[in-house]
Design a protein around this ligand. Structure first.
Ligand code: ZN
Length: 274
């Protein structure tokens, strides 16, 4: 299989997490050699944003997203939202010293975790959607057991676009997202045979619904079950996508389409991909 011409994009990878501190450079190098040329690094808490920005500044294959994740709600402060606005204002200005902000994320609603207040989650989510809308930035959304609620938020702001990362909803909910111009993240969860509903969804939706992601260090694919996940496994995830979508189709053709989908939804990547 010739993948020389491919340039894969990992649309969601927490490469800033300290679990990568000892092997981050080696992983980035291995990704380059495996034709994984672009990695989006989303933020989960304000304290991580500066690290993400400096990593992205050091390496032009990394693109930053900044956001306040619903699973870390107890670490967020209302003042973090002002800081996010300031980053958006300064990073939307054309300035070669600053990496362009690819998106606002990772933001969303997680109703699987019981211990956090849904109202507070909703507050941070809708405030960050407003910031994204104000600066015309795409959003990277984390939605677990909350798709109907997320869709309600999106209906209130029809100019928003983005990715529903690690998609786990139904066919009907997927159609709602697609109607609003969103893409769905395909990653490790789809590689497990027991995920029958999710796997069946892949070929029921059009190819332009999907983008590839690893969500490393979490959500390892079946072939690396129990290990730390890595963006290096993106090619394996791509292969699984083709198997589920239509294994008779040309691998390179499918992967190029998925790459195009990611560029379409994250326009800051557009001018920079080789
Ligand atoms: Zn994530």
């Amino acid at each position: 299989m010739d993948t020389q011409q491919l340039s894969l994009i990992d649309s969601h990878c927490h490469l800033d997490f300290s679990v990568f501190d000892h092997d981050r450079s080696a992983i980035i190098q291995a990704c380059r050699e495996a034709d994984i040329q672009t990695i989006i690094v989303p933020g989960v808490c304000r304290k991580d944003w500066q690290k993400i920005l400096s990593l992205c500044h050091q390496d032009n294959m990394l693109y930053p997203a900044l956001g306040l994740h619903p699973c870390f709600i107890n670490e967020h402060h209302v003042s973090d939202l002002d800081e996010l606005t300031q980053y958006c204002a300064s990073m939307s200005a054309v300035h070669s010293e600053t990496p362009a902000l690819a998106a606002i994320g990772e933001i969303g609603l997680d109703f699987f975790i019981k211990e956090t207040d849904r109202k507070i989650q909703g507050y941070y989510f809708s405030e960050q959607l407003n910031i994204a809308s104000q600066y015309q930035l795409p959003v990277l959304i984390h939605a677990r057991k909350s798709h109907d609620e997320v869709i309600k938020h999106l209906k209130q702001n029809t100019s928003l676009r983005g990715i529903i990362h690690a998609y786990s909803g139904s066919y009907e909910q997927a159609k709602e997202y697609l109607k609003r111009g969103f893409k769905l993240g395909f990653g490790g969860a789809f590689t497990y045979p027991k995920a029958t509903k999710l796997r069946a969804l892949v070929s029921r939706l059009p190819i332009d619904a999907w983008v590839l992601e690893t969500d490393a260090p979490d959500m390892s694919p079946l072939t690396h079950h129990g290990e730390k996940n890595s963006p290096q496994y993106l090619l394996e995830i791509a292969r699984e996508f083709v198997v589920l979508y239509d294994s008779k189709l040309d691998f390179d053709f499918i992967v190029k389409q998925l790459q195009q989908n990611t560029q379409d939804i994250l326009p800051s990547l557009k001018n920079t991909l080789k």
